[in-house]
Design a protein around this ligand. Structure first.
Ligand code: C5P
Length: 218
């Protein structure tokens, strides 16, 4: 496809979501939050009591997700789950089911459908490595685990969830470990990706860097 895609991959709480969103806004591009799809699948499973090891049942849930996107809001059926999918328990479950090949396969086509004119910013773990390997610009956004725990802490408190710094550090390390070491679509920079460490950068600086790389393509 000739429709441009900017892939932004990286670990949890690296600032990917915020940066991707703003880059999409600046360019007037569509935005894919692929992590939300794994979170939606996890939330469905938790609500239905589906066993988080039952690959076949989880893949079916993923394939049949009654998901719709309205502006900033994400719905499962008639239910606005925008806040519910951000809970730590849902993120942890998402990271577990994301290791199952049939679940990843079930969400593959849905992700490709987001590539629409005039362009797409795709945020996730395997956007540049698996889903859009021919993207003209690939970015790997990262930050130290301490900087990420600090950001996640503020994010959770801001959304009215409770949070504990030690638990967050432990969860982030566990999730990093799981995302980086799984057999299928492990988290790693795509071939040709620019690596951006945002530990000591503001959001605006990171956005400007990505936009600068994009402008330089032409
Ligand atoms: O980015 P976010 O924290 O919302 O993603 C939740 C989980 O979904 C991640 O921990 C990761 O395991 C999984 N994920 C994935 N591939 C993606 C996006 C997210 O495996 N493209």
């Amino acid at each position: 496809s000739h429709i441009p895609v900017i892939t932004i991959d990286g670990p949890t709480a690296s600032g990917k979501g915020t940066v991707s969103h703003l880059v999409a806004e600046k360019l007037g591009f569509h935005y894919l939050d692929s992590g939300a799809l794994y979170r939606l699948t996890a939330l469905s499973a938790l609500r239905k009591g589906t066993d988080l090891h039952d690959e076949h049942a989880l893949a079916k849930l993923a394939r049949d997700l009654p998901v719709s996107f309205k502006g900033e809001h994400i719905f499962l059926g008639a239910d606005d789950v925008s806040a519910a999918i951000r809970a730590e328990e849902v993120g942890n479950s998402a990271s577990k089911i994301a290791a199952l090949p049939a679940v990843r396969q079930a969400l593959y086509g849905l992700q490709l459908d987001f590539r629409k004119a005039p362009g797409l910013v795709a945020d996730g773990r395997d956007m540049g490595t698996v889903i859009f390997p021919n993207a003209p610009l690939k970015v790997f956004l990262t930050a130290s685990v301490e900087a990420r725990a600090d950001r996640r802490y503020k994010q959770l408190i801001g959304k009215g969830f409770s949070a504990n710094m030690d638990d967050l550090l432990k969860d982030l390390r566990e999730r990093d470990e799981r995302d980086a070491n799984r057999k299928i679509a492990p988290l790693k920079p795509a071939e040709g990706a620019y690596v951006l460490d945002t530990s000591n950068m503001t959001v605006d600086e990171a956005v400007a860097q990505v936009l600068g790389w994009y402008a330089a393509l032409k």
